[in-house]
Design a protein around this ligand. Structure first.
Ligand SMILES: NC(=O)C1=CN([C@@H]2O[C@H](COP(=O)(O)OP(=O)(O)OC[C@H]3O[C@@H](n4cnc5c(N)ncnc54)[C@H](O)[C@@H]3O)[C@@H](O)[C@H]2O)C=CC1
Ligand SMILES: O=C(O)[C@@H]1CCC=N1
Length: 279
């Protein structure tokens, strides 16, 4: 075996992650092992040139570097049983399941090195924003390996585990909010008379350009907004309409609702979410 990477579950997120990793030539397709219970998912993996199977143990037995646990949170327990049944080839286990805590993972995978990661789908185009936390058995080499893989498909930050639910609510789920915003901007353009294709291209490029300005200038988003907003001009009319529609409050509520949901998926009671986290 030579630095093989396994994926248990080859759905939306696994295919995005592995697509980014292979595109960046961090691993070659023959170093990728995927298992999925759903035949069309395996067909999709085979089409990309990866090794695909319905047997999770097969993936574990062939992955000496990392095994990504990329099933839905309610399937994590069963997948962990399969990992424990397979031989321990020394791979670090990286769970991307929303809400599932390191404590839960370490209980299900006794003695194993476990990392909890929250990536997002833009990893497919090399623009992921990921947060991660290491389990108690992890080494510095694990930190370097996981960060190298995540940074190959975007940017990553190690955070205290208690912040990973908020990372999930913001950047894990965030692409969906931004796609909604792009679609809404495009609708606005169509309402104002633009053809759909022109409106969607302008909307997406505007979001991309504005995001690049925040990242590259390091300026506060409010200052960048002010630079667009001429006194008595067009922009303030649009900004006012957004504020009247509750744009900022709705966005904050989106992130906090998703954060709360991540906590619920991890088994935290609503009482604790309210009393301890104030959500
Ligand atoms: N979709 C997203 O944007 C993100 C998802 N995540 C997390 O990634 C995980 C996967 O999410 P998606 O890829 O969206 O879901 P998905 O439903 O697209 O993929 C999950 C795959 O796992 C397979 N599966 C289910 N049980 C299995 C088992 N016991 N063994 C092998 N394969 C099994 C399913 O057939 C499916 O193809 C979830 O835990 C989610 O919380 C994390 C960050 C972002
Ligand atoms: O919706 C979900 O539960 C997953 C986790 C973060 C993004 N998608």
């Amino acid at each position: 075996m030579a630095n093989n990477v396994g994926f248990i579950g080859y759905g939306m997120m696994a295919s995005s992650l592995v697509g980014g990793i292979v595109a960046k030539k961090i691993r070659t397709p023959d170093q990728i092992y995927c298992s999925d219970v759903y035949p069309p998912a395996r067909d999709a993996a085979i089409k990309e040139g990866y090794n695909a199977t319905d047997c999770n143990a097969f993936v574990c037995n062939h992955s000496d570097s990392v095994i990504f646990l990329a099933v839905k949170p309610n399937c994590v327990h069963d997948a962990c049983l399969d990992i424990m049944k397979a031989k321990d080839g020394g791979a670090v286990i990286v769970s991307i399941a929303a809400g599932v805590t390191l404590e839960t993972l370490e209980k299900a995978l006794p003695g194993r090195r476990v990392v909890r990661v929250m990536p997002n789908t833009p990893c497919l185009v090399g623009e992921a924003a990921s947060g991660f936390s290491l389990g108690t058995n992890c080494t510095d080499d694990d930190r370097i390996l996981v960060k190298t893989l995540l940074d190959a498909v975007g940017v990553s930050m190690e955070v205290n585990e208690n912040l990973l639910n908020a990372v999930t609510g913001l950047s894990g789920s965030g692409p969906a909010y931004v796609f909604q915003f792009i679609e809404a901007l495009s609708d606005g353009g169509v309402r104002a008379g633009l053809p759909r294709n022109v409106a969607t291209m302008l909307a997406a490029q505007t979001v991309k350009g504005a995001a690049e300005m925040v990242l590259k200038t390091g300026k506060h988003p409010g200052e960048l907004k002010d630079n667009v907003t001429s006194p008595g001009g067009t922009t303030i009319a649009g900004v006012e309409a957004l504020e009247r529609g509750g744009f900022r409050a709705a966005t904050i509520a989106a992130v906090t609702s998703a954060t709360k949901r991540s906590m619920q998926l991890g088994g935290t009671s609503d009482e604790v979410i309210h009393n301890k986290y104030g959500l």
